[in-house]
Design a protein around this ligand. Structure first.
Ligand code: GCW
Length: 719
């Protein structure tokens, strides 16, 4: 009896697991390679692609071959034989510099000038044969071209008469993992760190390769494995062996490994008494450490450093400047071609100055004082990855220093693991902002891609949202933000819409209704979120420490600049942070053309109003509403936006994989609940100052302010 029950259970669970195995769980990301559904396109593809020729072997080109074989087999639903001499209808993937075959073809002469990472995809006729060539002057460029070619098929684009030339605008396209050695992830909402440090270097999880493939497919070429709140332990020999094992997997996919360097490492793991960057023993220690790293990882990328910020050690502990600290590390890395990415995210509550001004004050005077292999990594806005911030005034202010962009892909302040918020629109808003540093058209994008000041290095970083969750990012739509970061790092001129459309077609389907409806959802999602969280330029009013949920009432903490009241400054007179000349004068850090717009009540866009101005509750807005009414309308609009999203999503039920449909639906319901929570808590709280009624037509909150203020989340994720 017992045995038969056991057998039945085993059989049932076998079938359950089988079904799970075959249902869509998101693991494949945007590289699904499912068979092309459009019959006539499929026919056209299969007539044009009969054979595969991948020339010149190298680990990278072997990976190209594997990707093309897997991809094409899936997409075309049949095996594509690999051959060694060109026949009619062959796809050739080859490095132009190494290939004999390609020299015989009449390829576009531009090939010789395409920068290393770039590629050419061209349809050609040669000796009566129709062929498609994917080529580059480097192996990794061939890989990028391969992924682009597969993307054409996945998004069901025609492949006749191709001539695509593409190369990245920004050189270092890097993910920053805030992953700790114990596998927790700071501000991570997708499980634990995918780096299994304990089992490394001997156990190589298949995820490492899939991670590398996914990154290569969108052009990401670097990864910082460890948290900026750094642990020196990763620099010990045993851990470096683990790092080297990861680097060995990633190298094939053109991805370099970087580490965060804890400034006090010479004391903590080097037995020195000091970490003073001008001390000879300290300098020597770093030189030897770097030498050891390169002996294990010959293509190591360099260090990312958070120093003298939020309690992290740094050069200022010894009375030295950020330049002294960065240059010491840069000198050690220089012989090997490594770089230092030194973060500008610094602010100190002991300095009696608007937090928004502090990074600029600290770094601007250091312009031109850094060694050539130092990049200063600046967050998109002057506070901290808020749902909306104006661009950081450092962009454009340090022409003699390459500035890197730091975006946050993980949604610390935008709904964490449960809100659908597509971030390309946020990224683009910042990249397209005009700094006016060299006159009109000096966009942030042109500052960071190095084109404005002719820098030879340039970089962009995204704080990763990846974890051990089966679908990598927790929320399926989190994948879109990883994807968008990579695509925009490659080409910041792509529109948010183009990127969304590519992602949807590869992730869900090429069905027009699916594409257009999901695109609508994605494109409005960030504005919805701003509306239900921090409309009209409000910022930093979220929960204490875990940053989950609304808490505009946070005050009286050990640091003012970590409270909410510091930022919104609501009182019986009004609300907002006066950053004009009459206030903190943060506007003066921008170029005059920009400062003038932000300072002026007429010209300042509503989006930034309370970021720069403290205004009375009955202030007349451009819409004719009072400020109080306008604030209410925005909060309510945000919630309506989420309701609308849910309706659109529900209308797609028959066209989306069941598991994915349910997954997103449940998360959207959480998002709605939390949007209402944000709206109610904020409106009720601000009402205690405005003393004005919520406009009549708006539904009144069903809970009291006290209720919201008493909510507690000791186990919220990400800390
Ligand atoms: O956004 C804040 C986060 C911290 C983070 C810090 C930083 C890694 O709340 O968790 O620390 O910024 O960027 O250094």
């Amino acid at each position: 009896m017992k045995t038969s029950l056991l057998i039945t259970t085993l059989i049932i669970s076998f079938f359950i697991n089988r079904t799970n195995l075959y249902s869509e769980d998101g693991y494949r990301l945007w590289l699904r390679y499912d068979k092309v559904t459009n019959k006539s396109l499929l026919k056209s593809y299969t007539t044009q692609i009969k054979y595969l020729l991948v020339d010149n072997n190298s680990p990278t080109l072997s990976a190209v071959k594997e990707e093309l074989q897997n991809g094409l087999t899936g997409l075309l639903g049949k095996n594509i034989p690999v051959i060694s001499a060109t026949k009619n209808r062959t796809v050739i993937a080859s490095n132009y510099k190494k290939s004999k075959i390609l020299k015989e073809l009449s390829l576009s002469p531009e090939i010789s000038n395409i920068p290393d990472d770039g590629y050419l995809i061209q349809t050609l006729k040669h000796k009566g044969n129709d062929i498609i060539v994917i080529t580059s002057n480097s192996d990794v460029g061939v890989m990028y071209g391969t992924f682009e070619f597969l993307r054409l098929l996945q998004t069901q684009k025609p492949i006749t008469n191709l001539k695509i030339i593409s190369y990245p605008k920004i050189k270092l396209r890097i993910l920053n993992h805030w992953d700790n050695l114990n596998r927790t992830v700071e501000r991570g909402y997708a499980g634990f760190s995918i780096w299994d440090w304990h089992k490394l270097p001997d156990y190589i999880d298949t995820r490492y390769k899939d991670y590398a493939r996914a990154n290569a497919s969108i052009g990401i070429n670097g990864t910082v494995l460890t948290n900026v709140n750094a642990n020196a332990w990763v620099l010990t020999h045993d851990y470096l062996l683990k790092v080297a094992a990861l680097a060995n997997v990633f190298r094939t996919y053109g991805i370099k490994v970087y580490l965060t360097a804890r400034f006090s490492a010479p004391i903590e793991i080097g037995n020195l008494k000091t970490a003073d960057p001008l001390n000879e023993d300290v300098r020597q220690w770093w030189k030897e450490k770097v030498k050891e790293i390169y002996s294990l990882i010959p293509d190591f990328g360099g260090f990312l450093v958070k120093a003298n910020s939020e309690g992290q050690p740094g050069p200022q502990n010894y009375g030295r400047s950020h330049a002294d600290g960065a240059n010491m590390l840069a000198e050690a890395l220089e012989p090997y071609g490594g770089v230092v990415m030194w973060r500008a995210f610094v602010y100190d509550n002991n300095i009696p100055e608007d937090r928004a001004k502090q990074a600029y004050n600290e770094f601007k005077p250091l312009d031109g004082k850094f060694k050539k292999n130092v990049l200063i990594q600046v967050k998109n806005g002057p506070i901290d990855f808020q749902p909306r911030e104006p661009f950081h005034p450092l962009f454009g202010a340090m022409p003699n220093t390459p500035l890197m962009m730091e975006f946050q892909i993980t949604q610390e302040y935008l709904g964490q693991g449960t809100h659908l918020v597509y971030l390309a629109t946020l990224f683009k808003e910042c990249l397209e902002s005009d700094t006016y540093c060299k006159g009109k058209g000096s966009t942030v994008a042109k500052v960071i891609d190095g084109s404005l000041d002719n820098h030879s290095i340039s970089g962009i970083a995204g704080v990763s949202n990846i974890g051990t969750d089966r679908n990598w990012t927790g929320h399926l739509f989190g994948q879109a933000n990883w994807y968008a970061f990579g695509r925009l790092a490659w080409n910041h001129e792509l529109t948010s819409e183009e990127v969304a459309e590519e992602w949807i077609r590869q992730t869900f389907s090429n069905d027009n209704e699916v594409v257009s409806k999901i695109k609508t959802i994605m494109l409005k999602s960030r504005e919805d979120c701003v509306n239900y969280m921090t409309p009209l330029g409000l910022h930093h009013i979220m929960g204490w420490n875990h940053h989950y949920g609304p808490a505009p009432w946070i005050k009286d903490k050990h640091r003012d600049d970590w409270t909410s009241v510091y930022y919104h400054r609501a009182d019986s007179n009004g609300i907002g942070f006066d950053r004009t000349e009459k206030g903190s004068n943060a506007v003066s850090q921008y170029y005059p053309e920009v400062a003038e717009i932000f300072s002026s009540l007429e010209k300042c866009p509503d989006e930034y109003l309370l970021w720069f101005h403290h205004l009375p509750w009955n202030y007349k807005m451009k819409s004719g509403n009072t400020l109080w009414e306008e604030l209410c309308y925005h909060y309510y609009k945000g919630v309506e936006g989420v309701k609308e999203t849910i309706n659109i999503w529900k209308s797609l039920e028959s066209k989306i994989d069941k598991d994915e449909f349910e997954h997103v639906k449940m998360l959207l319901n959480i998002q709605l609940k939390e949007a209402i929570w944000w709206r109610n808590a904020c409106v009720l709280y601000f009402q205690t100052f405005s003393k004005m009624p919520i406009p009549n037509e708006l539904e009144k909150p069903d809970k009291s302010l006290e209720y919201y203020m008493n909510l507690n989340f000791p186990y919220a994720p990400g800390i």
